[in-house]
Design a protein around this ligand. Structure first.
Ligand code: ADP
Length: 162
């Protein structure tokens, strides 16, 4: 049986840390379906379609990855597409606290879907979309933290907001 993992997130925007989780997930699963959280109103820098397009451009050439957007519960989507696992990344104890609770609740709702955590690699352990936006606002070198296709859209979007 082909094993599918669902990798949910906001991806506002996708970072090299996310990409690392996707690559490593592909070593464990036959395919990884990245699911971009639906529109978050004014809270996000990019809308869902833009975030999805940026993930697509960033995973180009990686075999076994597809990208979708979704509004409802992740566990329901996992069940719908026949995923055996929800893939998540852990950077810190704060991530752990949140993720552990979410995994426990998801397991109550869908006991057949496991949550698999990959710990962030040292290079990416401090990389967070929220901080990258601050770096970009300050005119910093975002190419250290985001995939190439994200660099220009990110700097342009922040310029427009100024
Ligand atoms: P969410 O809003 O669901 O936390 P994110 O887009 O911030 O969505 O992250 C999606 C997943 O990727 C989460 O499990 C998060 O912990 C993980 N993640 C984010 N950045 C990194 C990173 N630099 N290294 C490893 N995992 C990460």
């Amino acid at each position: 049986m082909r094993k599918i993992a669902l990798y949910p997130g906001t991806f506002d925007p996708v970072t090299l840390g996310h990409l690392d989780i996707i690559r490593r997930g592909l070593r464990l699963f036959d395919s990884v379906v990245v699911t971009v959280a639906g529109n978050l109103g004014k809270k996000s820098l990019f809308n869902a379609q833009e975030r999805k397009s940026l993930v697509e451009a960033s995973v180009k050439g990686l075999k076994g990855v597809s990208v979708i957007t979704h509004e409802g519960l992740t566990v329901d989507l996992a069940q719908e597409i026949g995923a055996v696992a929800i893939l998540r990344g852990l950077r810190s104890m704060t991530d752990f606290d949140d993720e552990y609770q979410m995994a426990a609740m998801n397991a109550r709702m869908q006991p057949d879907v496991e949550t698999v955590f990959l710990s962030a690699r040292a290079d990416h352990a401090a990389t967070a979309s929220r901080l990258i936006k601050e770096v970009a606002k300050g005119g910093g070198a975002v190419d250290l933290f985001v995939p190439k296709p994200v660099v220009i859209p990110l700097t342009e979007r922040l310029k427009q907001l100024k």
